[in-house]
Design a protein around this ligand. Structure first.
Ligand SMILES: [Mg+2]
Length: 189
């Protein structure tokens, strides 16, 4: 399936969901491309996972913002590759730096830069510890095993919708609870 075919399928998947994330954040190594860019030379021509480009284009078409969160120790190589792949202008934020935190610092910066709340973000990464740390911040986070693909996109949007629903339910519960407690306060007085 070419980029166009993947894009069309991704558009179809997205049309099944009422609410889409405002920002979709991608790791680079083993998420968008199948290698560690620190082990490669800037002179090489990199390639993405087969579904990556189609998915990026579809998200963009649907109005989602895109960003990168990478702990690569070689941001210069990563940037050269993003340039060569002609996808660099698609991202509203690119946080590429090595860090002892599991990307919480990357997401704080992305949040500051875009003003988009964590619960309106969706994140794809191939490392458990990043997924764990970032999902604790309230970001819907999906572990990918063979890079980002249509299956991961569908899984991500499903989980995003579930998280949104439970957030809504909790808000409702809290409203009911505070209404009840204020009326019982009235009863006592
Ligand atoms: Mg990675």
């Amino acid at each position: 399936m070419g980029d166009e075919g993947v894009k069309n399928e991704a558009m179809e998947i997205m049309s099944l969901f009422q609410v889409l994330p405002r920002l979709v954040v991608f790791d680079l190594d083993y998420t968008l491309w199948p290698f560690y860019c620190e082990c490669r030379s800037k002179r090489e021509m990199p390639s993405l996972y087969p579904h990556a480009k189609g998915i990026l284009y579809a998200l963009k078409d649907k109005g989602a913002n895109l960003a990168i969160a990478s702990r690569s120790p070689t941001p210069d190589i990563a940037n050269t590759f993003l340039d060569k792949l002609e996808i660099k202008p698609m991202f509203v934020a690119q946080e590429i730096f090595s860090s002892w935190t599991h990307k919480t610092e990357h997401f704080q910066r992305i949040n500051r830069r875009t003003g988009i709340p964590y619960n309106e973000m969706l994140f794809f990464d191939d490392e458990d510890r990043n997924i764990e740390a970032v999902s604790k911040m309230g970001v819907t986070s999906i572990l990918v095993r063979n890079g980002v693909n249509l299956g991961a996109l569908r899984q991500g949007l499903t989980k995003f919708t579930q998280n949104l629903d439970s957030l809504e339910r909790n808000k409702q519960r809290w409203k009911n609870f505070s209404r009840k407690s204020s009326s019982s306060e009235r009863d006592q007085s």
